[in-house]
Design a protein around this ligand. Structure first.
Ligand SMILES: Nc1ncnc2c1ncn2[C@@H]1O[C@H](COP(=O)(O)OP(=O)(O)OP(=O)(O)O)[C@@H](O)[C@H]1O
Length: 342
């Protein structure tokens, strides 16, 4: 991960729901499980989570319904006051902010997109997208210019005067995305943005989203309960269960080395060759004598299938995107993944 300070830093964060969570947490003995806490009359929405989000990173929070994804992300923007621990955004402890500072933080730094789109039905696409700029007091001309710009960015040019009811689900979510981008947020929170869309449109939106992210390079926290979606989008995935993070790692590492049985269950059906990259499987060079042209570390094992089958080297040098050899791939290990024998 980069050496720059994290955009979001959560340390030992708890969010308990119940009668007097703060005093309960203070007197709670260490090692209390989710079920113990429930027996005491509390729900551990977030249980001792420590996680950092790097600048420009796409962190996907994945977990089944009720695992605590939304609660954790609500803590990041202090839509929930946390019960214990600390959350810093750009180095600032957000529990120390007053109401006005919080509103500023959310309005200027944070963009949010929800599953339900949340569009204003009596406003056109243009006015929906310009709405957060209006809230910010920007003048009419500037907000129109900016709204037109982001509408174009999400591929809705020509539909500026449509009303939400005249758009498909995918198009409505594009409006939601454009609206959240209008304020140029540093941090972008997306809570299951595509789960109301049918599978084909959903995939299309994921591709669009990756394209946008390539252009914009935002710091993103993306919630999903769909493991395949997480694998497609994430730089790192945090897998939650009972309010806790079971594992937070790159898709390659999660698929190759699931930390718990629970995580392993998600990976069972996954076609690993389509997820794992050469660089994820590569080992350190460690004095191996390497011969011949290197392979692209950013390619998946599936994308390298032809090379892996035809090449007869035992060890293949793996290069980064600058062409520098950074590791070595055992061809047999890669072939095993390709053949589903791993
Ligand atoms: N305001 C609240 N009061 C009491 N319990 C709550 C509250 N909000 C969330 N919870 C509980 O906290 C736990 C985590 O909920 P959360 O909504 O974060 O899960 P989630 O993983 O986002 O689920 P989903 O995928 O269904 O949205 C659940 O057991 C939920 O019932």
């Amino acid at each position: 991960m980069s050496a720059t300070p994290p955009v979001i830093s959560a340390q030992n964060v708890w969010k308990l729901f119940g009668a007097s969570p703060e005093s309960y947490l203070k007197s709670m003995p260490a090692g209390r499980s989710f079920d113990d806490i429930r027996a005491d009359g509390y729900i551990a929405g977030v249980a001792d989570v420590s996680i950092e989000v790097a600048r420009g990173e796409m962190l996907v929070i994945m977990g089944l319904s009720g695992s605590g994804k939304s609660t954790l992300v609500r803590c990041f923007s202090r839509l929930h006051d946390i019960t214990g621990g600390t959350i810093k955004v750009d180095g600032q402890d957000i529990m120390g902010l007053n109401e006005r500072e919080l509103i500023e933080l959310r309005r200027n730094k944070m963009g949010m997109v929800f599953q339900s789109f949340g569009l204003l039905p009596h406003r056109t696409v243009l006015d929906n997208v310009a709405f957060p700029l209006e809230m910010r007091g920007q003048d009419r001309h500037d907000r129109r210019e900016r709204a037109l710009e982001v509408i174009k960015l999400v591929g809705l040019e020509g539909r500026e005067e449509y009303f939400p009811r005249e758009l498909s689900g995918g198009q409505q979510q594009r409006v939601g995305i454009a609206r959240s981008l209008a304020i140029e947020p540093d941090i972008w929170f997306l809570d299951e943005p595509f789960s109301a869309l049918d599978p084909l449109i959903r995939r299309e939106m994921q591709d669009e989203f990756l394209r946008l992210q390539e252009m914009l390079g935002k710091t993103i926290v993306f919630i999903t309960h769909d493991f395949d979606e997480a694998l497609r989008l994430a730089d790192r995935i945090a897998i939650m269960r009972n309010g806790a993070v079971e594992q937070c790692d790159t898709p390659d590492k999660i698929v190759m080395n699931p930390a718990t049985e629970y995580v392993a269950k998600f990976t069972e059906e996954v076609d690993k060759a389509r997820v794992v990259h050469a660089k994820g499987l590569a080992k350190p060079v460690n004095g191996h004598a390497l011969e011949g042209a290197p392979i692209d570390g950013g390619a998946t094992i599936h994308e390298l299938a032809r090379v892996l089958v035809n090449d007869n080297r035992i060890l293949l040098p793996v290069a980064n995107d600058q062409g520098v050899v950074t590791g070595v791939l055992e061809r047999e290990a890669a072939l095993n993944i390709l053949l589903g024998a791993d």
